[in-house]
Design a protein around this ligand. Structure first.
Ligand code: TXA
Ligand code: MG
Length: 320
């Protein structure tokens, strides 16, 4: 099993030696390597069993550092200054210093400035940026604690830097500015409305697909091992009385379920709190022998959209 700890110097030394280190971020934990070293980056794909056509996000210490690795246009810069550091990723034309392996051959690189104190300190210690996808085996739910990383990657990572539970709990918003439009590749804590209000520009959703041709967004992803279905919870409970079911709901408690079968993400009805708990709950349910997970559509606003997106992708695994 990989060691978990809070030793920043140890993490920095390992990264300098082209080893993998899991890092805490406010969204989810990342599996990091020196983004400028192909020897290091190739280890990420191996450890996650990630297809090499799926590109990685490059994490830098601050907005000023973006210039070294990518070309930044005025609108992207405006977005960066407003939402970075934070749960926000920009696709930008890459500079040659970024290896093609990181971008899977694309001329664009995804750049993010994480907002997590330990990872910021780590980036300050290093002379290179960190390529980091979420620190889970490819296709599974992203980790929001150091323990999740350890459970998923076993001994495939040299060290896990423990920064506690991720504050946001779902992956960053990913956008790309093209022809005066903001293309939304992945929903996250920074909303389309916030970006429209800031820039006065329209935010349009990118097409999701089975083949990650645009932003590497595969439809079936983030999936639990337990089959997951979304719909009218009360009705589905009645229909599946013969089955061992687990329910993930937003704020409502349902009748007719035993304790331990029901996971209410936010009894107060707070979408931020629900997002923070979502992946832990999905993982927790997978540890028991449930036949199926029943869940619902969350309110279509704020982080409710990111929750709906991730649960929709998990469901896509089981619906064909
Ligand atoms: O919150 C996050 O973004 C977390 C933390 C660790 O920073 N990272 C994360 O990475 O979620 P990952 O690899 O699990 O998801 C990144 C997504 C992938 O779907 C990938 O295909 C897409 O971003 N992506 C990365 N670089 C890209 C590029 N150059 N062009 C298009 N899509 C890209
Ligand atoms: Mg991921």
């Amino acid at each position: 099993m990989s060691q978990i700890g809070e030793n920043l110097l140890k993490a920095a030394n390992l990264l300098e030696s082209d080893e993998l280190v899991a890092i805490p971020t406010e969204t989810v934990y990342g599996l990091a390597a020196n983004a400028l070293s192909e020897t290091a980056v190739v280890k990420i794909f191996e450890a996650k069993n990630r297809p090499s056509f799926n590109p990685l996000i490059v994490h830098v210490v601050d907005v000023a550092a973006i210039n070294t690795y990518a070309e930044i246009d005025p609108i992207s810069l405006q977005l960066a200054e407003a939402f970075m550091p934070g749960p926000f990723t920009l696709l930008l034309p890459k500079k040659p210093i970024i290896p093609d392996l990181v971008t899977a051959g694309s001329s664009k690189v995804a750049v993010r400035v994480p907002n997590q104190i330990m990872t910021t300190k780590l980036l300050m210690l290093l002379k290179f940026p960190l390529a980091a996808p979420s620190a889970n085996p490819s296709g599974y739910v992203s980790p929001t604690t150091a323990l999740h990383v350890q459970e998923g990657l076993k001994n495939k990572v040299a060290y896990i830097l423990d920064g506690g539970q991720s504050e946001v709990g779902v992956e960053s918003t990913i956008v790309e500015v093209i022809d005066g439009k903001i293309i939304l590749h992945r929903t996250g804590a920074v909303s389309a409305e916030q970006m429209e209000q800031l820039t006065g520009l329209k935010v349009v959703a990118a097409e999701s697909s089975e083949k990650p041709s645009t932003a590497g967004q595969m439809k079936s992803h983030y999936a639990t091992k337990t089959p997951l279905y979304r719909g009218d919870i009360a009705k589905m409970i009645r229909e599946h009385q013969d089955k061992n079911i687990a329910v993930i709901s937003f704020k409502k408690q349902y009748d007719g379920l035993k304790t331990g079968h029901q996971y209410v993400l936010s009894p107060k009805g707070n979408l931020n709190e629900a997002a923070k708990h979502l992946f832990s709950v999905m993982r927790c349910i997978d540890e028991f022998q449930f036949d199926m997970i029943i869940t619902e559509l969350f309110p279509d606003k704020g982080l409710g959209r990111a929750i709906n997106d991730r649960l929709g992708r998990a469901q896509a695994m089981y619906k064909s």
